[in-house]
Design a protein around this ligand. Structure first.
Ligand code: AMP
Ligand code: MG
Length: 520
């Protein structure tokens, strides 16, 4: 099926109170879950990227008429059944209540009904101003759009719950950004990503009516979440709300455990960036761990407190869930109900992450916590690439009688500035081999298990930047190639080994390759 022939509905718009289309500029919106607003047409939409993996999920075939598709996915043309809107939500940003935020540049087009019956919201990010744009322009630049497009798809193929991305469209218009926040704004090419998810509702959608004391709106929205997103939790209220809250807690725990498994750092875990479906959402100044360091944050805005650094993510997710729980209290959900949800978060994380660590090491289960904590200490002693270390560990000869050099050789690539003391690595490898022997894990089993848990390819920050530089210069071949490679991140793909290489030295301090600002 071609996109232009797809069937669209918009249940949220018919089910919940919203604001009619009105052209009044940025404002506080009360008593409404959304505002009807159309994308602002752009000068020259052009389809730069298309994810056939995401299209397959929607039952869509490759565009036969890229211009017609770019018109829709650039916001210049609505299809029958679409009822575009921007959602109203608030959020806690960096630990403080920030009031109304809302979709300032994202516009939901409608729900696509896939041939298999699946319903998928299509949302354009960068589609122009909405009532929630505050002082900003509602647009997005190409560099941040490439990053969101690629990372959504990379995460999906890594097995991490995430929103998807269907397309990347350039607008033919410039967007002015002060990328370094140093008082030197400059024009950059604008772009629009079409994001796809069953729902884009966030914790902040419920927090805002709760904080405002709008119980009626809160109740309508909570009922919508219950019936549309968590129908299996149906039952007497308010217990049913506590049940779906616990389900959000469980899903969030699984999501964060995956982030920790693959070395993903979200960078802006504000409650307006937390999905009610436990999906990774809002790819901004995210990053991938290269040198293993729990204190690393990719977000320059986060540097003072490192609130959103790699190692804090599990605790921050729980803090955010507690804010969501609080928002449900006006509906009669008890403190005990909320505690039960947070307990579900803890127990799910504690059951999930150790299993993932075990799989990363090829073990059947994690019997010896010290084996892992000592490994992490070792990884931090010298700058060690997390992805390369784990992937290459599968290649290490574990037999104690193998020569030391051949046991260590596969790991050599993972060190940015020389290996740690040999004796320490060999000592740890001996303990590791003993743990495997105790569990009766064969070498073949170990390798197979590890290569399913440790990707060869992740979206390294410098790779994204190289693709962006090429795309800005009009060359989209590197974008297509990287997208293709990231569709099979656990496969060796030796012909693409250059895309698995650790960060080159030139990228250590280059903008976009190491840390990022929120400017997007
Ligand atoms: P983020 O940090 O990207 O999650 O954005 C936080 C809030 O700022 C959300 O309400 C966004 O919609 C809004 N926002 C960010 N960038 C823009 C922009 N260029 N135009 C309008 N709103 C924006
Ligand atoms: Mg956001």
């Amino acid at each position: 099926m071609q996109l232009t022939k797809a069937t669209f509905e918009q249940r949220l718009v018919s089910a919940l109170p919203g604001e009619a289309e009105a052209d009044q500029g940025p404002r506080q919106v009360h008593g409404a879950c959304f505002s009807r607003v159309r994308p602002t047409p752009v000068a020259a939409p052009e389809l730069l990227g298309w994810s056939q993996g995401c299209a397959d999920m929607l039952g869509l075939t490759a565009p036969e008429d890229p211009e017609a598709v770019a018109a829709v996915l650039g916001g210049n043309r609505l299809l029958p059944g679409m009822a575009p809107f921007a959602a109203c939500y608030g959020g806690h940003q960096f630990g403080n209540w920030a009031g109304q935020l809302g979709d300032g540049r994202a516009i939901n087009l409608g729900e696509l009904i896939a041939p298999d019956g699946g319903r998928w919201e299509l949302q354009l990010k960068g589609a122009g101003p909405t009532p929630y744009s505050r002082t900003a322009d509602g647009r997005a630049v190409l560099r941040s759009s490439v990053r969101e497009f690629l990372c959504s798809e990379a995460m999906h193929h890594l097995g991490v719950p995430t929103t998807r991305a269907l397309s990347l469209v350039t607008t033919g218009e410039d967007v002015v950004r002060d990328m370094f926040y140093d008082g030197h704004p400059r024009p950059e090419p604008g772009a629009i990503v079409c994001r796809v998810a069953p729902s884009f509702l966030r914790f902040g959608n419920l927090e805002l009516p709760a904080v405002r004391g709008d119980r009626a709106l809160l109740e309508r929205l909570a009922e919508h979440v219950l019936t549309e997103l968590y129908p299996d939790c149906a039952g007497p209220r308010p217990e049913a709300h506590a049940h779906w809250f616990a389900e959000v807690c469980r899903r969030t725990a699984v999501m964060v455990a995956h982030w920790m498994r693959v070395g993903f750092v979200h960078g802006v875990m504000n409650t307006d960036n937390m999905s009610l479906l436990g999906l990774t959402i809002d790819y901004g100044p995210y990053g991938w761990l290269e040198g293993f360091d729990p204190e690393w944050t990719p977000n320059t805005t986060d540097l003072p407190g490192k609130r959103y650094c790699f190692g804090n993510q599990p605790a921050i997710a729980m803090w955010n869930l507690a804010r969501l729980g609080q928002a449900l209290m006006p509906l009669g959900v008890s403190e005990a109900g909320i505690e039960a949800g947070l307990d579900a978060y803890r127990s799910t994380y504690e059951a999930t992450f150790p299993d993932m660590l075990a799989a990363k090491l090829g073990l059947a289960q994690l019997d010896d916590d010290a084996l892992v904590s000592d490994l992490f200490t070792l990884l931090q002693r010298v700058e060690t690439d997390m992805t390369l270390f784990f992937r290459n560990l599968a290649e290490v000869q574990l037999a104690a009688d193998a020569p030391a050099a051949s046991r260590l050789e596969p790991l050599a690539d993972a060190y940015y500035s020389g290996p740690p003391p040999e004796a320490e690595v060999l000592g740890w490898l001996d303990r590791y081999a003993a743990a495997l022997a105790l569990q009766g894990v064969s070498e073949d089993q170990r390798k197979a298990r590890m290569n399913r848990a440790n990707p060869r390819f992740v979206l390294r920050n410098y790779l994204a930047q190289q693709v962006i530089d090429a795309a800005e210069a009009g060359d989209t071949a590197p974008l297509s190639r990287l997208l293709d490679v990231l569709r099979a991140p656990y496969e060796e793909q030796p012909e693409h080994a250059d895309l698995a290489a650790r960060r080159p030295e030139w990228a250590r301090h280059k903008a976009g390759c190491s840390m990022l600002s929120c400017s997007s």
